[in-house]
Design a protein around this ligand. Sequence first.
Ligand code: 13P
Length: 255
Amino acid sequence: MSRKKIIAGNWKMNVKPSETAALIKAVAEATAEYGDKVEIVCCTPAIDVPAAVDAAAGTKVGVGTENCHWKESGAYTGEISTGMIVDAGCHYVITGHSERRQYFGETDETVNLRTRAAIAAGLTVMMCIGETLEERDAGKLEEVIVRQMNVGLKDVTAADCAKLVIAYEPVWAIGTGRTATPDQAQEVHALIRATLAKLVGEETAQTVRIQYGGSMKPGNAAELLAKPDIDGGLIGGAALKAADFAGIIAAAANA
Ligand code: 13P
């Protein structure tokens, strides 16, 4: 089973609209040779999207947002709908990031609503899951991952999985410089694929890409991406420097 590697940047609340075109262009230039082998994505703050889409036109870099709401429109101050995201020229969206869960009250249930809305809109959705250090230390890793999968993917069908990517981001590895070892990551990725198989069938589970996220850098990407169930990366800090992001994409192209 060959799954095309997908490397996505999550810019978080960094990069101003006026800085966006330069970063997208630098990424496109530095990664042009890998665009056929690796799916390359930059998920930007919503306000950066017009500049990002414009700068990415004609390149192999896809653009996405960092969240979406599940309603098509209405009185939801501060939210953006999947229809708006598509209309702005994006093909990707992140749901369920741990920072949304930690700081903005996101639950497995709202992650499910957002994920289903994104799939219904034709976006490729990168649904994030991952345990905290307390949960891991308490021996609850499997319980947490299985719950986040079961609730997050409720009513997501095998056919929907064509638009689904799962991002495994151990919360303790995000922005901390502390990466899961390749073996630790592979163990959880295998659990995620096995859980997915129970939900949508083994054949479909084999087609779904599972990204690792959490302090991924050019220096550790190759050994992570060499693991059988690690199909890409969701990159925070290192996605803000074109050379670092390109280094990770080069590792994915050679994996
Ligand atoms: P870092 O790569 O900065 O650890 O962030 C990972 C992340 O949260 C990507 O969504």
